[in-house]
Ligand binder design. Structure first.
Ligand code: NIG
Ligand code: FE
Length: 432
């Protein structure tokens, strides 16, 4: 959809001639762990009927054609011939930072020339380099940029996007960022989950006074975000050079007291012990490059998802990636996301994140798909509505012009998504 276009209403859609339908359904409720991460619930030669933005029936073509309701009403629904291709739940991109004004090209060149992400940040680059752009942008300019990104995401098969603020880092600019997310969400057919990330880094005017900034986040920003219902989650970047474990716990406590759910950036640059944070029951802890081995058991027995964002490892030119196999073998529920942002991961392609997870983290294509769909839905606490193709769930589907699901992470650097359906609306991006 082009920015500003009116939202189309969901018509009845009947997807036919699906070569492989990855339903991701499971008889057991809960995020996928261990071997269940590989179970895609595939139906060959399948059909899906969607009405009023919801999936109403899922099965083989043969059974669909025998359905009495469809026999009577087939003319009333729009038929989509999937041409023997693969259909799966729309991706849930459960970690993105899409409210920014400009790319960070100076940082990019500095890193290529050998300066690290942390050193660039210490010198005033990094997250701080994106602040001025957001502070001086109008809400409507931010909304338009965000809508463009959401359109691109949908063109790559994503139907649900967790979107963080975090480049304003003043009371007004953080609220403006969240308002931009809200107004873009109203104009996009997919689903947006807003997250408040006022604790992304300490802004320059609070240099050396991080305690004062944490106070502003806890005492003014969080209560206003909650009062104005601007976000579903509060997030914090807990790491060396940003917020300490103590400051992050303080932010978690304030969020909890104000009744907003939690998620956090953990272990991107250095290790932080996770057990104290798991007590707050965060929906997700993300990055997880550095995790103490003694935290694995606690993470596995919690409902918190460990979300990997390998686009950041790739773009920062790191040879180290999260140890996905150890997480999966320990029984930890893992998800994959793009981390779309101008500094560490300027990609909005979930298939690219999945490809990196396969090649660099040794996740199988099936595991990568479950991590990008149903476990992503758990990571944003929307698994009752999203993440699998089952009657009663939201009609969020992606059609890929491939004959085998393993091709989705296999073809990298190119887009094989032929069409995306979000809340029952076919987005006019692909060849369908
Ligand atoms: O997830 N780690 C913190 N935030 C982003 C990077 C933000 C930036 O560099 O602009 C991330 O990688
Ligand atoms: Fe991030």
């Amino acid at each position: 959809m082009t920015p500003g276009a009116a939202m189309p209403r969901a018509p009845g859609l009947f997807l036919i001639n699906i070569g492989q339908l990855l339903t991701l359904r499971s008889p057991v409720r809960g995020p996928r762990r261990g071997s269940s991460l590989s179970e895609l619930g595939i139906i060959d030669d399948a059909a899906v009927l969607c009405l009023g933005g919801k999936i109403v029936s899922v099965g083989t073509m043969k059974n669909a054609l025998r359905d009495p309701w469809l026999k009577k009403n087939r003319k009333k629904v729009t038929e989509i011939d999937c041409g023997g291709h693969v259909v799966l739940p729309g991706f849930i991109d459960s970690h993105t930072h899409p409210v920014f004004a400009n790319p960070r090209l100076v940082d990019f060149e500095k890193r290529i020339a050998g300066t690290s992400y942390e050193k660039i940040a210490e010198g005033g680059g990094g997250i701080r380099a994106s602040i001025n752009g957001v502070r001086s942008a109008t809400k409507s300019a931010l909304t338009d940029k965000l809508l463009r990104a959401l359109g691109d995401m949908a063109a790559h098969g994503t139907t649900t996007v967790e979107a963080k603020s975090g480049y304003g880092l003043s009371f007004d600019s953080e609220m403006k960022s969240l308002e931009a997310i809200r107004s873009a969400a109203k104009r996009w057919a997919g689903t947006v989950v807003p997250t408040f990330l006022g604790a992304h880094t300490v802004p320059p005017e609070y240099r050396g006074r991080s305690r004062k900034y944490v106070e502003l986040v806890c005492k003014e920003m969080i209560p206003t975000v909650v009062k104005r219902k601007l976000a579903q989650f509060a997030d914090v970047f807990c790491d060396r050079g940003t917020f300490s474990a103590e400051e992050s716990e303080e932010i978690f406590r304030a969020a909890l007291e104000n009744g907003i759910a939690l998620r956090a950036h953990m272990g991107q640059l250095s290790e932080t012990r996770l057990e104290p944070f798991l007590r707050f029951k965060p929906a997700s802890l993300d990055h997880m490059d550095y995790v103490n081995k003694d935290d694995f058991a606690a993470l596995a027995s919690s409902d918190t998802i460990a979300t990997f964002v390998p686009g950041a490892n790739y773009f920062l030119g790191l040879s180290r990636y999260p140890e996905a196999r150890r997480f999966i073998e320990a029984g930890i529920a893992v998800a994959l996301a793009t981390d779309y942002n101008p500094g560490s991961s300027p990609t909005l392609s979930m298939p690219m994140a999945m490809s990196l997870a396969c090649t660099h983290m040794k996740m199988s294509p099936a595991e990568a798909i479950a991590a990008a769909t149903i476990n992503g839905a758990w990571a944003v606490r929307m698994a009752d509505q999203k993440g699998s193709v089952e009657a009663g769930k939201d009609a969020d589907l992606a059609v890929f012009a491939v004959g085998d699901y393993r091709e989705i992470p296999y073809w990298f650097g190119t887009n094989r998504c032929a069409g995306t359906i979000a809340n029952g609306v076919l987005l006019g991006n692909g060849s369908l």
